[in-house]
Design a protein around this ligand. Sequence first.
Ligand SMILES: [Zn+2]
Length: 242
Amino acid sequence: MAKKKKKKKLRVDRVAFVAIIGIALLFGIYKGASFIGEHIVSLFLSYSQPTVEAKVEKNYRATVVLDPGHGGIDAGANAGKLHEKNISLTTAKAIGEALEKENIKAVYTRTSDEALHEDKVTDLNMRAQMSQTHHAKYFVSIHVNDYDKSNDVTGFEVYTRNKESENLAKAISQQITKLNYSKDRGLQDGSSLAVLKNNTVPSVLVELGYIHGPDYQYLNDNQKLKQMGIAISQGIIELIDE
Ligand SMILES: [Zn+2]
């Protein structure tokens, strides 16, 4: 009897041992498999995520082409070291930054001190063409006036491509007026200006002021130009969902 009992006990021990080994093995396999699984998943994610992100375009409300006038060897109007091409670029970038904050995509015709083409006519056509290429809602060109009869002439004016562009011109003018910076010289017919004439969307060209006159002080101050940019952006934002 005692022998038999021992045998039985041994068998029980063996069964328990086998069961423990079995469970341990299963657990090991499970852990191993999940470890490999996680690694495969993380490998997959780390490789696939950037592509996925790159493909997902931000859901912008609209696109606006911003055109800082001149660039490169074409400085535009200038008063000493103050060049129209730099004033226009600083202002356009301020407009763009303010638009992006409102989920409106800003596309620039240039972002550095360079012309788009050495031939002026081609350069202007390339700028206008960008509205179509980028499916823009509006096109806004930024310039500064040089000289008009005398150095005392001051003020900003907004040129329009056509009737359809007038709401945009008015909205921008109203916002610049709020800055209390200079005279509002009113809306002007810009239908013969290449960058407007060759455009395909409502387009305006803003002459921020006269570089040689009393506007000089404002135009020579980058902080003021940023305020100008924000004001112009507010005019655009007002109309974007209409
Ligand atoms: Zn100009």
